[in-house]
Design a protein around this ligand. Structure first.
Ligand code: GRF
Length: 208
């Protein structure tokens, strides 16, 4: 069994493509001192992502990096790695980042990338997870914080939260209910990592 990270203050780099409500929730936990971390930078692949504004408001360095400016995914990711390493980031946080990470990022940050997915994995992987859950007719759904591996939404699970699905739910109402839980479990998962309490054995995560 191996410890994910030694106890210590996290230096986070957050990748996001959109709204940034998880960024806000993580920042709020840092400011409340519930999370022993600093937010080193935010990177978005979307020029118009609200998360960039949110980062600016919090005086967090923020970059729009256009993947189209690079001749390959590897070159694009190499640039991201350089930005993250230049800020001594030791944990990469994906929060609504709409791209699958490739080998360049994942080898530079092996077992150092986390994601949040708005379903109880391994159910409803991929896009539109909340809509998938409503359509399938499950009675409970939720969200999952997990380590990122080469698959899509397949890495070791750190924490999950459950919400009920009601008969009159649609994708939006379920997404809203799940989001409340996302904003609680993401920073809590990060804090467990900061406390050096997260261990990995195969694909099983143990909290000590
Ligand atoms: C969240 O629902 C998250 O689970 C998913 O993308 C959404 C991001 O929302 N991966 P926000 O940008 O953090 O508000």
């Amino acid at each position: 069994m191996k410890r994910l990270m030694e106890a210590g203050k996290l230096r986070l780099g957050l990748l996001a493509s959109g709204r940034g409500s998880n960024f806000d929730a993580i920042m709020a936990a840092i400011i409340r001192q519930d999370l022993n971390a600093s937010m080193a930078l935010v990177i978005s692949d979307n020029r118009d992502a609200a998360v960039l504004q949110k980062a600016a408001v919090r005086n967090v360095k923020n970059y729009f990096v256009n993947p189209r400016d690079f001749e390959s995914k590897s070159k694009y990711e190499q640039h991201l790695v350089e930005l993250l390493q230049a800020e001594s980031v030791n944990l990469v946080v994906l929060a609504g980042y709409m791209r699958i990470l490739g080998s360049v990022m994942l080898s530079a940050f092996k077992d150092r990338v986390v994601n949040i997915h708005p379903a109880l994995l391994p159910s409803f992987m991929g896009l539109n997870a909340q809509g998938q859950a409503v359509e399938y007719g499950v009675k409970y759904s939720g969200c999952t914080v997990h380590l990122v591996d080469t698959g899509m939404d397949t890495g070791p699970i750190i924490m999950q939260a459950v919400v009920p699905v009601y008969q009159d739910d649609d994708e939006d109402s379920l997404a809203t209910r799940i989001l409340v839980e996302e904003h609680k479990i993401y920073w809590r998962s990060l804090q467990l990592i900061a406390e050096g309490r997260v261990y990995l054995e195969g694909r099983r995560v143990f909290i000590r």
